[in-house]
Design a protein around this ligand. Structure first.
Ligand code: PEP
Ligand code: MG
Length: 919
């Protein structure tokens, strides 16, 4: 998956210190509101807001995220004052609920749920039916007149509490449950009567006593304290940490804990529980969308254990509750001005809302929804820009199957189309294998009966996810959509043997490593590797599809045009050849921020000329070779300039060490040895030997810090001369054709103003000569890359000569950390795991260190030259969180690879709308 937007920079993660640690909601009034996500988490603030809006929300209390941090700081202890605050609020809750914790007549039961600022589906723990004990269960029976339900609730509670809080494996409980079923000779859970469930409860209590050496805690306040602490602990469980790492959610924000009066979706056929969206989160279509289960509790729907019914069917079975649900959710969407993802429970036909939050959606759906909401006048274009995660746009550029190829192969089954996109790869059955195989360079699809939160790492690397059970809101579906992974779920005909690493479908047996393909938009699964086809957007851009025939293209373009209106940063592209420049222009880049001229040296038939130049023993021979390169470079520059239609183009003089253009030393040694051994002699052997000698002469121990960048231009000025001439001749030619170009000639790896001065003299001289020879006068700029720490520190001096700076944050990161760009991959992952680094500094700018140097370069450069043009052309130019930083420091433009231009346009608009230059 593509990288993610940094949550850190998009919102203030530090919440104001508050002395209130528990927030109550109930009886139509809440202490909190929707703006308090930092403190109350997404769930807590949503519950508060819905309560204030008069919606049917069971009363409860939210223990703030600050308490989570206190819990960790105080080594798993909560100060007495906060404990008192919780008890006081529990009293309020008992009053609002008209029931008492532990009562043998009318007991209050609560759910205890996590809820961080950013939703982390299924990553942390939840406990339901808390408050039940040997007395309260009788009280529940008394109140509901339903002994079966009461004891079923009690056994569920002991099981959940036993597993989550006391860490007893689930299967130990399941073993006892099955034993009772066997004894009573029944198959289904629902066939167990009250007496049987009483026995299950006794057996479960026995399990707890045996496993923990203590009786199951009967006192509700003790249960609550233990459950609350378990939720806090779950914040740091490995899967939650992995999830935060992937989504760039900081550890320090903590989770809130919501304690809420239980309502029951499992009291019988007039009760239900469900989840839904106000619009389809996979396709963006405006349709009421969701699933429910009759007579079920809490997590049953999301867990993917029973395949639920679609929400439309609710209208048939519980029409009043359905009607009310539609009214409420429509109101919530208008109120929040975004698609809502909601949870509800219907208890004996009475509807309760348990959650509302912005719905996670695919990139495709995000664009459809944002443009629809504007058309419906629910949001303004400016608000719509903020509704789409820039990274999600990448999903729209991903290839789909070639329809002709796809049609040829029969589908073996069809599952639910949970997340669109084309997935093709080798089958693996575990998340660990997905990671292992991917590291070996294979493309895999993850096939599971159902995914669980622990599978997150495998889902992240797989091409797609296919499951046999679960609905459109199962874990696989929710997470697949969020990651933009093609996902097909609930393909019920698959018979998966995860241990045997095979699955059976329609008479075929598919083994681990076999190829399959599936389409996340239709749900079809095929047993073959299928070629894919460029996305519709790329087809429009390359002219093979008419724009007006592609709805998604028109919306994509509309959204980005709105973004262009609000962004301050210019968007350029890093492109080396005319076709890349054309694509970048089509994507909306208005300028080239970096043209790496050496990449042109690798063009067809060019390497021998470049080698001739390098092998030359004297200047005259070198110039001869350069003369041959000149027309080739000039034509490339002409093409790149032309593709940009007059927008600025920055061309960098040669950067890498020369030996990169020569064959490898070891290979040459073998070739020479073979020639000698086979008796070859004469010119061919002599040439090979000469080449080897030159390669050895050019060999460097540390080429990244060696003879490269401006150092080449200084030692071989004729290279700078040739490149300047080629640039200026191309610009003059276009000028004569009527296209005005202002070339920006950029000298790399400058650490001292004297280096730049040396090169500028050459550039100015050759430029003057060329313009005279061509009889044309054009404007050009000479500038430098700031990519060496010394360059940033002495930027005030460099700005005396440079007319622009472009920050080369790749080298600047390498040289600031002292991490080799080419070797850091070996240890950076471990650095992140150990939290020495939050993220890969080569992907997302290290604002404290490398960023400080950028800021220094900006300030010092502008002090000397207030109008100095400033840009960035390292990889960070296409990273949304880095773009926020560049907005703050006040750069003029960012430059990134052509495919990231849409991401950068949107991220730059979001940055302009949420941060200020100089912050
Ligand atoms: C950089 O160093 O950031 C840069 C853009 O140059 P290159 O990646 O070519 O070294
Ligand atoms: Mg560089």
């Amino acid at each position: 998956m593509a990288k993610k937007t940094s949550k850190k920079t998009m919102s203030s993660s530090s919440s104001p210190k508050s002395h209130k640690h528990v927030y109550f909601f109930g009886n139509g009034k809440a202490d909190g509101n929707r703006h308090m996500k930092d403190l109350l988490g997404g769930k807590g603030s949503g519950l508060a807001e819905m309560t204030n809006a008069g919606l049917p929300v069971p009363p409860g209390l939210t223990i703030t995220t600050e308490v989570c941090n206190i819990y960790y700081k105080e080594k798993a202890k909560i100060p007495a004052a906060i404990e008192r605050e919780i008890v006081e609020n529990l009293k309020k809750l008992e009053k609002a609920a008209g029931a008492t914790l532990g009562s043998s007549e009318n007991p209050l039961l609560v759910s205890v749920r996590s809820g961080a600022k950013f939703s982390m589906p299924g990553m942390m723990d939840t406990i339901l039916n808390l408050g039940l004990n040997d007395d309260a269960v009788e009280g529940l029976k008394h109140r509901t007149k339903n002994g079966r339900f009461s004891f079923d609730s009690y056994r569920r509670f002991i099981q959940m509490f036993g597993n989550v809080v006391l860490e007893i494996p689930k299967d130990v409980f399941e073993h006892e449950f099955d034993a009772v079923k066997k004894q009573r000779n029944v198959k289904l859970d629902t066939e167990l009567d009250e007496n049987a469930l009483r026995e299950v409860v006794e057996r479960y209590k026995g399990v707890v006593a045996k496993r923990t050496g203590r009786a199951f805690p009967q006192e509700p306040h003790t249960q609550l304290t233990m459950a609350r602490d378990a939720v806090f602990r779950s914040w740091m469980n490995p899967r939650a940490q992995e999830y935060r790492r992937i989504y760039d959610i900081p550890d320090h924000i903590g989770t809130a804990v919501n304690v809420q009066m239980m309502v029951f979706g499992n009291t019988g056929e007039r009760s239900a529980t469900g989840v839904g969206f106000t619009r389809n989160p996979a396709t963006g279509k405006k349709e009421f969308y969701g699933e429910f289960l009759i007579n079920a509790q809490g997590e049953d729907v999301v867990a993917g254990i029973r395949t639920p019914q679609t929400i439309g069917e609710l209208e048939l079975v519980l029409p009043n509750a359905y009607k009310q649900l539609r009214q409420i959710t429509t109101r919530l969407e208008k109120h929040y001005k975004d698609v809502q993802d909601f949870e509800f429970t219907i208890q004996d036909e009475r509807l309760f809302m348990l959650q509302t939050r912005s719905g996670k959606r695919t990139g495709y759906a995000a664009v459809i929804i944002a443009t629809d909401l504007v058309a419906e006048h629910l949001v303004t274009p400016k608000e719509a820009i903020l509704l789409v995660d820039p990274e999600a746009l990448n999903q729209l550029l991903a290839p789909g199957f070639d329809p002709a190829e796809w049609k040829k192969i029969p589908a073996v089954t069809k599952g639910l189309p949970a997340s669109p996109g084309a997935a093709s790869g080798q089958v693996v059955f575990t998340a660990d294998d997905a990671v292992k195989w991917t590291r070996e360079g294979k493309q895999v699809v993850l096939v599971r009966r159902e995914t669980v939160p622990d599978d997150i790492h495998g889902m992240f690397v797989a091409q797609g996810i296919l499951t046999a059970t679960g609905g459109m809101t199962s874990h696989a579906a929710v997470v697949g959509r969020q990651m933009g992974k093609p996902s097909v779920v609930g393909a019920g005909e698959l018979r998966i043997d995860e241990h045997g690493r095979t699955f059976k479908i329609g008479g075929h047996t598919v083994k681990e490593g076999d190829y399959i393909s599936f389409d996340g938009l239709s749900g079809e699964v095929k047993l073959a590797r299928v070629a894919s086809k460029p996305s519709e957007i790329l087809q429009v851009l390359d002219g093979s599809l008419a724009a007006k025939k592609s709805d998604i293209y028109l919306r994509f373009e509309k959204l980005l045009t709105w973004a262009d209106k609000y962004r301050r940063l210019g968007i350029r592209a890093n492109a080396d050849l005319p076709d890349q420049a054309e694509l970048a222009y089509a994507f909306g880049a208005r300028g080239i921020g970096l043209c790496r001229t050496e990449h042109m040296f690798f063009g067809e038939g060019r390497i021998p000329i470049v080698q001739e130049m390098i092998l030359a023993d004297n200047e005259a021979d070198r110039r001869k070779a350069l003369d041959k390169l000149l027309p080739l470079q000039r034509d490339d520059f002409y093409g790149v300039f032309k593709a940009m239609h007059g927008s600025p183009v920055t061309i960098r003089t040669i950067d890498p060490p020369l030996h990169e253009f020569l064959p490898k030393r070891e290979e040459l040694m073998v070739e020479v040895a073979v020639m000698e051994a086979t008796g070859k002699s004469g010119r061919a052997l002599e040439e090979k030997k000469h080449l080897l000698a030159r390669v050895e002469q050019l060999h460097e121990f540390n080429p990244m810090l060696g003879h490269r960048g401006v150092r080449l231009g200084i030692t071989y000025p004729e290279i700078t001369e040739m490149q300047t001439r080629a640039i200026m001749e191309a610009a003059c030619r276009l000028n004569k054709e009527g296209l005005k170009i202002v070339p920006e000639i950029m000298i790399p790896l400058v650490g001292s103003v004297k280096e730049l001065r040396d090169q500028k003299v050459i550039v100015d001289r050759v430029a003057a000569e060329t313009m005279k020879a061509q009889g044309v006068k054009i404007k050009y700029l000479v500038g430098t890359m700031i990519e060496i720490p010394r360059g940033a520190v002495t930027a005030d001096q460099i700005a005396q000569v440079a007319q622009f700076f472009s920050f080369g944050t790749n080298d600047l990161t390498q040289l600031t950390f002292g991490f080799s760009r080419d070797d850091a991959g070996k240890f950076l992952r471990i650095y992140q795991e150990k939290k020495i680094l939050d993220k890969d500094p080569f992907a997302s700018i290290d604002t404290e260190g490398v960023g400080a140097l950028v800021r220094m370069g900006v300030e010092r450069g502008r002090k000397t030259s207030p109008d100095l043009k400033l840009g960035i052309c390292g990889e960070h130019g296409g990273d949304p969180s880095s773009i926020h930083f560049f907005e703050k420091v006040g750069l003029d433009y960012v430059s990134c690879s052509p495919y990231r231009v849409p991401v950068a346009r949107l991220a730059a608009a979001q940055a302009a709308l949420s941060v200020k230059v100089g912050d």
